[in-house]
Write a protein that binds this ligand. Sequence first.
Ligand SMILES: Cc1ncc(COP(=O)(O)OP(=O)(O)O)c(N)n1
Ligand SMILES: Cc1ncsc1CCOP(=O)(O)O
Ligand SMILES: [Mg+2]
Length: 207
Amino acid sequence: MTPELPPFYLILDGTTHLEACLEVGLRLVQLRIKDRPLSVIREEIARAKHLCDAYGAILVINDYWQMACEIGCGWVHLGQEDLDHADLTQIRRAGVRIGLSTHNEAELTRALALTPDYIALGPIYETKLKKMTCAPQGLDKIRVWKDRISPLPLIAIGGLTPARLPGVLNAGADVACVVTDVITAPDPVARCRLWLERASEAQYVAL
Ligand SMILES: Cc1ncc(COP(=O)(O)OP(=O)(O)O)c(N)n1
Ligand SMILES: Cc1ncsc1CCOP(=O)(O)O
Ligand SMILES: [Mg+2]
């Protein structure tokens, strides 16, 4: 059974701002580090776990599922390409929960067959973070996905801003996941606090 997830989910590319974000109330965070030496990634995961444990926050490790298992993290996030190389049996045996990315019906069918703990749909809007192979999904897709995956939590990701938060939640997303809007803000911690304030008006997902 997936535990309750808070409605705001922040993805960080390192631990620089992590403790300050936890201090202002962040309780669901993904560490998504690309193109760094494995030794650095391992240190960052260990530091993030230490901090998230201290604040009672859920930490999700992107891509590096083996390190997540070794270090004793609670969650991993895997995309469709990651799934081609990941050992889900080993991940589950380590007691690690699994979130999966989806972008279309075929991927959703594949993901559901793997019994994940959450499903992410994206990009809802155009994203500047990375080149996507599909067009923005739009809000209508959120309702379709939620009806397909319920009672699993649905994470909406891609191009989200505080102004777009009510739209994605009203469309049926349980959680809004954000990268660019926070990490490119002049003050990422203040921006994180703003998101937390806006999201606190939403109820936690009852699962
Ligand atoms: C919550 C969430 N949703 C989607 C992604 C993207 O995962 P993936 O497709 O594997 O791409 P990368 O993030 O690895 O570039 C995510 N990380 N988190
Ligand atoms: C990693 C990823 N997967 C789907 S959208 C996306 C980018 C994140 O969204 P943004 O940076 O626009 O908040
Ligand atoms: Mg990935």
